[in-house]
Design a protein around this ligand. Structure first.
Ligand code: THU
Length: 137
Protein backbone atom coordinates (compact mmCIF):
# COMPACT_ATOMS: atom_id res chain seq x y z
CA UNK A 1 0.00 0.00 0.00
CA UNK A 2 1.42 3.37 -1.08
CA UNK A 3 0.45 5.61 1.83
CA UNK A 4 1.69 8.82 0.21
CA UNK A 5 -0.30 8.16 -2.93
CA UNK A 6 -3.45 7.50 -0.92
CA UNK A 7 -3.00 10.77 1.00
CA UNK A 8 -2.38 12.62 -2.28
CA UNK A 9 -5.59 11.17 -3.74
CA UNK A 10 -7.55 12.18 -0.63
CA UNK A 11 -6.37 15.78 -1.15
CA UNK A 12 -7.40 15.49 -4.79
CA UNK A 13 -10.87 14.39 -3.66
CA UNK A 14 -11.09 17.29 -1.22
CA UNK A 15 -10.85 19.77 -4.10
CA UNK A 16 -14.45 18.92 -5.03
CA UNK A 17 -15.89 19.32 -1.53
CA UNK A 18 -19.31 20.95 -1.53
CA UNK A 19 -19.52 22.44 1.94
CA UNK A 20 -21.14 25.89 1.81
CA UNK A 21 -22.75 25.47 5.25
CA UNK A 22 -19.90 24.23 7.41
CA UNK A 23 -17.08 25.68 5.33
CA UNK A 24 -15.21 22.50 6.34
CA UNK A 25 -13.73 20.55 3.45
CA UNK A 26 -12.97 16.85 3.70
CA UNK A 27 -11.39 14.43 1.25
CA UNK A 28 -11.03 10.66 1.31
CA UNK A 29 -9.40 8.00 -0.83
CA UNK A 30 -10.13 4.31 -0.43
CA UNK A 31 -7.97 1.53 -1.85
CA UNK A 32 -9.89 -1.47 -3.16
CA UNK A 33 -8.41 -4.96 -3.37
CA UNK A 34 -8.56 -4.56 -7.17
CA UNK A 35 -5.79 -1.96 -6.77
CA UNK A 36 -8.04 0.92 -7.78
CA UNK A 37 -8.31 4.04 -5.63
CA UNK A 38 -11.65 5.84 -5.32
CA UNK A 39 -11.77 9.42 -4.08
CA UNK A 40 -14.55 11.25 -2.28
CA UNK A 41 -15.46 14.60 -0.77
CA UNK A 42 -18.13 15.81 1.61
CA UNK A 43 -21.36 16.89 -0.06
CA UNK A 44 -23.64 19.00 2.11
CA UNK A 45 -27.35 19.71 1.94
CA UNK A 46 -29.20 22.88 2.96
CA UNK A 47 -31.39 20.61 5.07
CA UNK A 48 -28.21 19.23 6.72
CA UNK A 49 -29.25 15.62 7.42
CA UNK A 50 -28.71 14.25 3.89
CA UNK A 51 -25.07 15.40 3.94
CA UNK A 52 -22.61 12.76 2.85
CA UNK A 53 -19.17 12.62 4.41
CA UNK A 54 -16.13 12.22 2.18
CA UNK A 55 -15.54 8.68 3.44
CA UNK A 56 -18.99 7.47 2.46
CA UNK A 57 -18.82 9.25 -0.88
CA UNK A 58 -15.60 7.38 -1.68
CA UNK A 59 -16.97 4.07 -0.40
CA UNK A 60 -20.24 4.39 -2.32
CA UNK A 61 -18.43 5.29 -5.52
CA UNK A 62 -16.31 2.16 -5.15
CA UNK A 63 -19.18 -0.16 -4.23
CA UNK A 64 -21.24 1.18 -7.11
CA UNK A 65 -18.38 0.18 -9.43
CA UNK A 66 -18.51 -3.39 -8.13
CA UNK A 67 -15.82 -3.24 -5.41
CA UNK A 68 -16.51 -5.15 -2.20
CA UNK A 69 -13.15 -5.48 -0.46
CA UNK A 70 -10.81 -2.75 0.71
CA UNK A 71 -7.35 -2.42 2.26
CA UNK A 72 -7.03 1.19 3.39
CA UNK A 73 -8.63 4.62 3.49
CA UNK A 74 -7.00 8.04 3.88
CA UNK A 75 -8.89 11.05 5.25
CA UNK A 76 -7.81 14.69 5.03
CA UNK A 77 -9.55 17.96 5.78
CA UNK A 78 -9.20 21.71 5.60
CA UNK A 79 -8.39 21.61 9.31
CA UNK A 80 -10.20 21.25 12.61
CA UNK A 81 -10.62 23.93 15.27
CA UNK A 82 -7.23 23.18 16.78
CA UNK A 83 -5.74 21.49 13.75
CA UNK A 84 -6.69 18.00 14.88
CA UNK A 85 -6.71 14.99 12.61
CA UNK A 86 -10.14 14.44 11.07
CA UNK A 87 -11.43 10.97 11.91
CA UNK A 88 -14.48 9.30 10.34
CA UNK A 89 -17.79 10.02 12.07
CA UNK A 90 -19.79 7.22 13.68
CA UNK A 91 -22.01 6.69 10.64
CA UNK A 92 -18.99 6.35 8.35
CA UNK A 93 -17.29 3.94 10.74
CA UNK A 94 -20.38 1.73 10.66
CA UNK A 95 -20.68 1.87 6.88
CA UNK A 96 -16.98 1.12 6.40
CA UNK A 97 -17.39 -1.82 8.80
CA UNK A 98 -20.05 -3.24 6.47
CA UNK A 99 -17.41 -3.89 3.81
CA UNK A 100 -14.07 -3.72 5.57
CA UNK A 101 -14.21 -5.10 9.10
CA UNK A 102 -11.54 -4.66 11.75
CA UNK A 103 -8.48 -4.79 9.50
CA UNK A 104 -9.08 -1.74 7.32
CA UNK A 105 -6.10 0.60 7.64
CA UNK A 106 -7.25 4.15 8.39
CA UNK A 107 -4.80 6.96 7.67
CA UNK A 108 -5.66 10.36 9.15
CA UNK A 109 -3.45 12.98 7.56
CA UNK A 110 -2.74 16.66 8.08
CA UNK A 111 -0.12 16.40 5.33
CA UNK A 112 1.99 13.66 3.74
CA UNK A 113 4.50 14.04 6.55
CA UNK A 114 2.07 14.43 9.43
CA UNK A 115 -0.28 11.49 9.64
CA UNK A 116 -1.62 8.98 12.07
CA UNK A 117 -2.29 5.36 11.11
CA UNK A 118 -4.86 3.25 12.86
CA UNK A 119 -7.41 0.55 12.01
CA UNK A 120 -11.16 0.43 11.79
CA UNK A 121 -11.13 -2.13 14.60
CA UNK A 122 -9.53 0.46 16.86
CA UNK A 123 -11.99 3.17 15.81
CA UNK A 124 -15.02 0.89 16.13
CA UNK A 125 -14.34 -1.79 18.74
CA UNK A 126 -16.71 -4.78 18.78
CA UNK A 127 -18.35 -3.50 15.60
CA UNK A 128 -21.65 -4.93 14.45
CA UNK A 129 -21.07 -6.48 11.04
CA UNK A 130 -22.73 -8.70 8.44
CA UNK A 131 -21.41 -11.88 10.12
CA UNK A 132 -23.67 -11.21 13.09
CA UNK A 133 -26.60 -11.73 10.74
CA UNK A 134 -24.94 -14.81 9.29
CA UNK A 135 -23.91 -12.97 6.11
CA UNK A 136 -20.61 -12.87 4.27
CA UNK A 137 -18.75 -9.58 4.14
N1 THU B 1 -17.24 15.34 7.51
C1 THU B 1 -16.69 14.42 6.66
O1 THU B 1 -16.85 14.51 5.44
N2 THU B 1 -15.94 13.43 7.20
C2 THU B 1 -15.59 13.33 8.51
O2 THU B 1 -14.84 12.46 8.87
C3 THU B 1 -16.14 14.30 9.47
C4 THU B 1 -17.12 15.27 8.95
C5 THU B 1 -18.00 16.47 6.93
C6 THU B 1 -19.48 16.46 7.11
C7 THU B 1 -19.80 17.93 6.97
O3 THU B 1 -19.92 18.25 5.59
C8 THU B 1 -18.56 18.65 7.51
O4 THU B 1 -17.54 17.68 7.49
C9 THU B 1 -18.73 19.21 8.90
O5 THU B 1 -19.22 18.26 9.77
Amino acid sequence: MDRNLLIEKAYEGMKNAYSPYSGFQVGAAILADSGKIYTGCNIESCSYTPTSCAERTALYKAVSEGERHFTAIAVVSSGGADGDYTAPCGVCRQMLYEFCGDDLIVILAKSKEDHLQTTLGQLLPMGFGPSQLGKEK
